[in-house]
Design a protein around this ligand. Structure first.
Ligand SMILES: NC(=O)C1=CN([C@@H]2O[C@H](COP(=O)(O)OP(=O)(O)OC[C@H]3O[C@@H](n4cnc5c(N)ncnc54)[C@H](OP(=O)(O)O)[C@@H]3O)[C@@H](O)[C@H]2O)C=CC1
Ligand SMILES: CC(=O)C(=O)O
Ligand SMILES: [Mg+2]
Length: 592
């Protein structure tokens, strides 16, 4: 059977021929070639089976556990395989939450949720949707960071697709092994910069899996359309390479042509497998690859880099939301970044774009309001020659400053943004300095996970005497300071990418344009009510995230139509209503 399949795969008239006839949703028709094969070609005699009995209980897509009705138990041979009671999905959610809350260690909660996803997919998403604020820190940052670090130990079953250097020349075949054919969103990492935790090699897989869980729970993309992928090109993490539990290739990362060739084959193969309109989100690549891969593929594929573009949109929305509290316009502020990589320069660029649009000044003039510190100190003109390309636009005339504190004192910024992945770099002295120049300084400590945050919420409020307007990449609990409770916002691209993805899908976008992220940012900002703004909130509550995603999707789709990048024609009259109508609901379906 296997050799037959291989033969069919290798036959030009077999599966490969069918690749060219992708369905409108990017799926592949006629998987085994039986419809179009001529008499002298081999086909596979396959049958569709209605899942029943134990098979049905073991299929996470269809399993409902104790929620199967009496009729369903009769019709699908389930009698005796389940205890006799019927339990509603709502009660199942309560039971799961009870069990999750019993776990003291967040990693145990993570493992419990992953096991639920493997057992009963709809229940997993229902739990996540109904308890998003409580569970986001478990399936996403910060716990997902720990899960990646301990991936080899907690590994039970594979999630997602693993493409390694061993697969060079047959990446398309690997994609064909994935059971779903109508994939619409891929999140891919090569594991080199996992959150602020550095090179975790193949163990970075937790990130695409987590991001795609959010695509479904927060953005309503159906699970079968989501494909998490890790590209394993080795790791430079010695500790992992010496760890007997490590599951990736035990070799140094390949670079140069060999790396580029594998990525090129991957990018070509995803289009062949899933069509032109499959969205590829690059996630947690190191910056030496992230910028150039984005530049290379943005004009040929429907793709974006979440760390550069998604983060930019969410940070801009936060700063704009803070303006009523600080007074003035965006252009009136001076920005100082600690960290000049993907997140930092991505945010800087979108802010500069917005300032230039609002103030009708050139992009270069707008960039002059933005300063950046990297691991070597303030980025200034005298360092120009030695700077990576993506930093050069921010090398302004100034004397050298060796670190953030010196730069803060010299520049007197009103907005401090941390994207360095370095815990504690917003020191007491830095925070006190920024508070001494501004009535209401804006402080965004965006590095993830919590252990890498530039400062804690407590530090931000304490060292600014409660005047700081603060948000962080990973969540912090509310803080009491001098009898007042401060609730920090979470400035994380999770507010943005699910809606952007949904917007691309509902409009049939063929490319992602920067203006679509600008539209997403504006849409996010608009959702804040006056009351929330008055309370100093920079981001709307996560409880409303599915509404937020629908609004972002509608704005992104509208922008795609305006830019001539949308192919779903005619344009739906009401894009918001259409976005809602396309969103996956995790409620159980009835089986005939
Ligand atoms: N909240 C959110 O939604 C997001 C948060 N992030 C977080 O941002 C952090 C950075 O990510 P990313 O930009 O992609 O990473 P990069 O590796 O691209 O950039 C890191 C930057 O930090 C600089 N840096 C390192 N050490 C110091 C230091 N001691 N002082 C000042 N700067 C320093 C580096 O300097 P040099 O260039 O000299 O090496 C580099 O410019 C991560 O923790 C990540 O989790 C990322 C995306 C989204
Ligand atoms: C949130 C995110 O994408 C990161 O920290 O990398
Ligand atoms: Mg990321």
């Amino acid at each position: 059977m296997e050799s037959q399949l291989n033969e069919i795969r290798a036959t030009p008239q077999g599966l490969d021929k069918e690749d060219s006839s992708a369905t409108p949703h990017g799926g592949i028709k006629d998987r085994y070639g039986e419809d179009t094969a001529s008499e002298n070609q081999m086909v596979t005699p396959w049958v569709r089976m209605v899942a029943s009995g134990v098979e049905l209980l073991r299929d996470p897509r269809f399993n409902k556990g104790l929620a199967f009705t009496e009729d369903e138990r009769d019709h699908h041979y389930l009698r005796g395989l389940l205890p006799p009671v019927h339990m509603s999905q709502e009660l199942q959610v309560q039971r799961i939450m009870h069990n999750i809350r019993q776990c003291e260690d967040p990693l145990d909660k993570y493992v419990a949720l992953m096991e639920l996803q493997e057992r009963n997919e709809r229940l997993f998403y229902k739990v996540l949707v109904d308890h998003v604020t409580e569970l986001l820190p478990v399936v996403y940052t910060p716990t997902v960071g720990e899960a990646c670090q301990k991936y080899g130990i907690i590994f039970r079953r594979p999630h997602g697709l693993y493409i390694s250097l061993k697969d060079r020349g047959r990446v398309l075949d690997v994609l064909k092994n994935w059971p779903e054919t109508s994939v619409q969103v891929i999140v891919v990492t090569d594991g080199e910069r996992i959150l602020g935790l550095g090179d975790l090699g193949l163990q970075g897989m937790g990130i695409p899996v987590g991001k795609l869980a959010l695509y479904t729970a927060l953005g309503g993309i159906r699970p079968s359309a989501c494909l998490p992928i890790t590209i394993d090109v080795g790791t430079n993490n010695e500790e992992l390479m010496n760890d007997p539990m490590y599951l990736g290739l035990r070799q140094k990362r390949v670079t140069g042509q060999a790396y580029d060739d594998l990525i090129e084959e991957f990018m070509t193969s995803v289009k062949q497998a899933y069509g032109e309109k499959v969205l590829v989100q690059f996630e947690d690549f190191a910056n030496h690859n992230a910028f150039r891969l984005l530049a290379k593929y943005a004009s040929t594929h429907l793709t974006f880099n979440d760390d550069i573009q998604g983060t930019a949109a969410v940070a801009l929305a936060g700063v704009v939301a803070a303006l009523p509290l600080t007074g003035g316009t965006l252009a009136d502020h001076k920005f100082l970044f600690n960290g000049a990589g993907e997140a930092g320069t991505g945010i800087a660029e979108i802010i500069a774009l917005e300032v230039s649009k609002q103030g009708k000044i050139t992009l270069d003039e707008a960039r002059k309001k933005i300063w950046m510190v990297d691991s070597k100190g303030l980025i200034v003109k005298s360092r120009f020659e030695s700077l990576a390309q993506f930093k050069k636009d921010y090398a302004h005339e100034h004397k050298e400053c060796k670190d953030l504190l010196e730069a803060t004192k010299a520049l007197k910024p009103s907005v401090l943004i941390g994207t360095s992945g370095q815990r504690g770099t917003f020191t007491k002295e830095v925070l006190e300095a920024v508070a001494s120049f501004n009535k209401r300084p804006i402080i965004l400590a965006l590095s993830n996970p919590t252990s890498k945050s530039e400062c804690t919420a407590q530090e931000a409020y304490t060292h600014t005497e409660g005047r700081g307007i603060f948000a962080s990449g990973s969540p912090f609990d509310p803080v009491e300071y001098k009898g007042k409770t401060f609730t920090p916002g979470q400035s994380n691209n999770a507010y943005i990418f699910p809606g952007v993805g949904l917007g691309c899908i509902i409009s049939g976008a063929i490319r992602v344009h920067d203006d679509m992220f600008l539209a997403a940012s504006v849409a996010l900002g608009k959702i804040l009510t006056k009351e929330q703004l008055d309370q100093g909130m920079l981001y709307p509550p996560l409880e409303n995230i599915r509404d937020i995603s629908a609004h972002i999707a509608a704005s992104v789709a509208e922008k795609a139509y305006t830019l001539g990048l949308a192919t779903r024609l005619p344009q739906p009259a009401d894009l918001l209503e259409y976005a809602y109508s396309c969103m996956y609901s995790p409620a159980y379906r009835s089986y005939r």
